[in-house]
Design a protein around this ligand. Structure first.
Ligand code: PMP
Length: 412
């Protein structure tokens, strides 16, 4: 991929190196927050003149805002292939969406999770059983089945793709395992939805959560979509204006979902941006985002593995596919130092640490963390090559050096 698949904001912005020189930024940190698409920024510009609160105003700008906001709900519904009666609730982000679902579980039902989840899909559950991932994906699936069969659970909560290794989970199989054991399934789509199309009807997945800021839109807007019965019955997660049908001083009749869980003035711009990103991705020819990212991932993994002392991590030898998220280590170098070096000496942005998945880091044998590089629609082969060349440079010249960021400067 010589060119970005889609234009993004900020690609190639000059950033300062430790030498004072400037280099175009190579953003290889899409998994944390993807840069906004140019089309998303243009859409926000288009609707800004109609900045007004939704639902409550009779003025023209308020009518436009309401149309934009409710239109975004329909766009998201189509984008994920939701069932006609699914609720599409706008939240702040994936974390918020999963916490909302946790509050809506009937009778505080139990949740089964794997130990490879992001903390957002581990910590919200009030009553959960953690299944340890096995050495192969196949054995991991059978452990999940055994656990669900052993004692009933209300919900199986799984990530669509690991935020550390990028490996995808087989959602069709997992859905069948959950359903035949009487549980529903929620997919943490934070890392999957930006990279792969998902269809709730075809996959029969019950709930899906994702974030706008990983989907080429700004921060502050996320989605929980899925079966409306639990959401219609649960006490609202946030109580307040907009979530009610009728209020008297001594009683309240809550609205049905989604309004029930969207009290307060909503983030119209964030939601509109998220929906425009969905439209742009949906308009790409089928398979073309996957092909772009697969080629970049292969180039990245292949390039890194050719550097002596570099190890690329994966959870399972039998996982069939992965999105463009790669965790690696450079022998003899602390992950934080590798990431600081890449930024300060080369203008290459990656992330290091445990990526809000501490049990997963321990499972990979990297309890102190690792380095993560991630790609997306705005990434080019040249970005990947710069990262690989920089890692080669570190291995060649940086033996025994440690880098630390002191006062915003990186010092050997
Ligand atoms: N789940 C996964 C797999 C993630 O990668 C992330 C973000 N790192 C989250 C959940 C949480 O997303 P957010 O911070 O947008 O709530």
């Amino acid at each position: 991929p010589a060119a970005p698949l889609l234009p993004v904001i900020g690609a190639g912005t000059p950033v300062p190196l430790v030498t004072g020189e400037r280099r175009p930024y190579a953003n290889l940190d899409y998994a944390a927050s993807a840069p906004p698409l140019r089309a998303v920024a243009d859409h926000v510009d288009e609707i800004l003149p109609y900045y007004a609160s939704v639902h409550r105003g009779a003025g023209y700008a308020s009518q436009v805002s309401t149309r934009v906001y409710e239109g975004a709900r329909e766009t998201v519904r189509r984008f994920v292939g939701a069932r006609g009666d699914d609720a599409v609730v706008f939240t702040r982000h994936t974390t918020d969406s999963l916490n909302l679902l946790a509050r809506c579980l009937p009778d505080d039902g139990e949740v089964v999770v794997l130990d490879i989840e992001h903390h957002a899909d581990l910590l919200p559950w009030r009553s959960h059983r953690v299944v340890e991932a096995a050495a192969t994906l196949e054995r991991t699936l059978s452990r999940l089945e055994t656990e669900l069969a052993r004692r009933p659970a209300a919900l199986l909560a799984v990530t669509g793709a690991s935020n550390v290794t990028g490996e995808q989970l087989p959602l069709g199989l997992l859905t069948r395992i959950a359903h035949r054991n009487g549980a529903r399934i929620v997919v943490d789509g934070a890392q999957l939805v930006p990279h792969r199309r998902i269809d709730l009807v075809a996959s029969q997945v019950d709930y899906l959560a994702f974030s706008g800021h990983k989907l080429y839109a700004p921060w502050g807007a996320g989605v929980l979509v899925g079966r409306s019965d639990w959401l219609d019955e649960a006490e609202p997660y946030l109580a307040g204006g907009g979530a009610v049908r009728e209020v008297a001083v001594d009683r309240v009749a809550w609205a049905a979902a989604p309004a029930r869980h969207e009290a307060g003035s909503p983030n119209v711009l964030g939601v509109a941006a998220l929906a425009r990103a969905c439209q742009v991705l949906a308009a790409l020819p089928e398979g073309c985002l996957e092909a772009h990212e697969d080629a970049l991932r292969r180039r990245l993994v292949g390039g890194l593995l050719r550097v002596p002392g570099v190890e690329v991590h994966r959870l399972w030898p039998d996982s069939a596919s992965a999105v463009g998220v790669v965790a690696f280590d450079v022998a003899g170098h602390d992950p934080g130092a590798v990431a600081a070096y890449l930024s300060a000496e080369h203008g290459v942005g990656v992330r290091d640490g445990r990526f809000c998945a501490h049990p997963l880091a321990a499972r990979l044998g990297r309890p102190e963390g690792t380095v993560r590089a991630s790609v997306g629609a705005g990434t080019t082969a040249a970005d990947v090559d710069r990262l690989v060349a920089a890692v080669e440079g570190l291995v060649r010249d940086g033996a025994g050096w440690t880098y630390s960021v002191v006062d915003g400067r990186c010092e050997p």
